[in-house]
Write a protein that binds this ligand. Structure first.
Ligand code: ZN
Length: 466
């Protein structure tokens, strides 16, 4: 139903064009021509290059097609190979002075830029949640607008290309001392064309990386609203933010996670949320259609990893229509526990908890283990002298007194559950755990020494050393 909506994403086509620049500069020159990559190979052919469709190849000049057939495009993974985005998106308001129009100045208005920022601030919450399927990530949106003046010389008319945009992004990043982890979002005003993301070609935007990540989005109206019932920017902006979050390098490592849910490969699936950010539904009904729900904002659907494949691909509705709250996190990461210089237990890593607000005994150290089914389990001596167990299986105070100056050790069992070892205040070694008897081993330990525990496969019996 959303076929009426424009705004396809040019990211894959641009990736393929830039890849050709590197491996086949005789086909795709570097720097790119002012008229854009599409002046050499049509955009729709570039977008599907990895599928090497012969039907598309026949549209090219025979010599170009012949050279292209010799190029092996990189295999596209459906999971994240490189780390995801952890940073801040800064909106840059480009003010274009157009020489060919008597130095007229064109830009997205301050009000509309502020609306896009208000929208993005809401949208990144579910986007980040959906993206957790691909890896740990964090996204914030800066409330401040970066004003940036650019000049389009007579010869350029009212156009620029991606190479020029990248040079502007680098200038913006440098002049504003943006972190290398940051992203610049550029909203392209009506009346100005990026030849590598032409509205007339049906393009809504793309994301790439200059010195830092950036997003380019065509704005197709004025007097924007957060709800964007007229589909003038929010569809493309959410699409590019989501794909940038999963693939901040925009190279060939990580997948494009919106394309399979539309508009590129399918009629667009739209995730609708209320004004508080609660999920309502996902549907292919456009926001301006009478069948659309009453909502606060929407985002472009984000595909499940299993179906994160390049077009052409037809995915089952279940791969696009689901709540961000139902996302199952399957990525692996690391988790660390330590006693901070405040005396409190801190947990950092994939599941970043920071200050746990739990006081530890001076001179002792916590122990942490990753659970095979996901999550973690930590043990430490509290400032009461008691053993505490926290984590997925949260036990808190175990009511067991520990020997002064000693630290516990914890291990995850391959079949699930955990075991912890510690020196009790009696001087004896104790082993306790989830779903096991355990307790006092009646083994006397050297004063002030701490045990270590490890799970051994295939037996699940803990092996101890002192
Ligand atoms: Zn895309």
């Amino acid at each position: 139903m959303v076929d009426r909506l424009g705004g396809i994403c040019a990211t894959r086509a641009l990736k393929n064009a830039v890849y050709l620049q590197r491996v086949a500069p005789h086909i795709m020159p570097d720097p790119e021509p002012a008229e854009g990559f599409g002046s050499i190979i049509p955009w729709d052919v570039l977008a599907l290059l990895h599928s090497q469709g012969d039907r598309d190849m026949r549209r090219l000049a025979p010599d170009v097609a012949g050279e292209l057939r010799k190029v092996a495009l990189p295999v596209i993974a459906n999971h994240a190979v490189a780390p995801l985005f952890n940073g801040t998106i800064h909106f840059a308001r480009l003010r274009f002075t157009v020489a060919s129009q008597g130095n007229a100045v064109l830009s997205v208005s301050d009000n509309d830029t502020a609306t896009a920022i208000a929208y993005a601030t809401r949208a990144v919450v579910p986007i980040s949640q959906y993206a957790q399927q691909y890896g740990p990530n964090s996204v914030t949106v800066s409330p401040n607008v970066i004003q940036f003046d650019v000049f389009l010389p007579q010869a350029s008319g009212a156009t620029y290309n991606n190479a020029t945009l990248q040079s502007w992004v680098n200038q913006i990043a440098h002049e504003n001392s943006l972190a290398s982890s940051a992203c610049v979002a550029v909203l392209n005003p009506q009346g100005i064309d990026n030849v590598d993301g032409l509205r007339s070609g049906g393009n809504g935007g793309y994301h790439r990386r200059a010195d830092i990540a950036f997003i380019f989005v065509n704005v197709n109206g004025q007097g924007l609203t957060v709800a964007d019932r007229r589909w003038e920017y929010a569809g493309s902006l959410s699409h590019e933010i989501a794909e940038m979050v999963v693939d901040p390098n925009a190279d060939s490592a990580n997948p494009e996670v919106c394309d399979p849910c539309g508009p590129n490969c399918a009629s667009t699936y739209i995730d609708y949320f209320d004004a508080q950010g609660s999920y309502i539904e996902t549907s292919q009904t456009p926001p301006y259609d009478s069948g659309a729900p009453s909502y606060g904002f929407y985002i472009n659907g984000i595909v499940t990893p299993e179906w994160a494949k390049p077009c052409p691909v037809t995915v089952p509705p279940s791969a696009c229509a689901y709540s961000p709250g139902s996302v199952v996190v399957t990525f692996s990461g690391v988790e660390a526990a330590f006693q901070a210089n405040t005396g409190n237990l801190w947990i950092v890593g994939t599941d970043n908890r920071n200050d746990m607000g739990l006081g530890m005994m001076a001179g002792t150290s916590p122990s942490i283990a990753a659970l095979p089914g996901g999550g973690w389990q930590a043990a430490f001596q509290a400032n009461t002298g008691n053993l505490w167990i926290v984590g997925t299986d949260n036990r808190n105070d175990m009511g067991l007194g520990m020997m002064a100056g000693t630290s516990p050790s914890i291990a995850a069992l391959p079949g699930g559950g955990w075991q912890a070892a510690f020196q009790a205040n009696t001087g004896n070694l104790w082993i306790i755990g989830a779903g096991s008897e355990g307790g006092n081993t009646d083994l006397g330990m050297l004063l002030h020494s701490s045990p270590r525990i490890a799970a051994v496969s295939p037996s699940s019996s803990p092996v101890l050393s002192r």
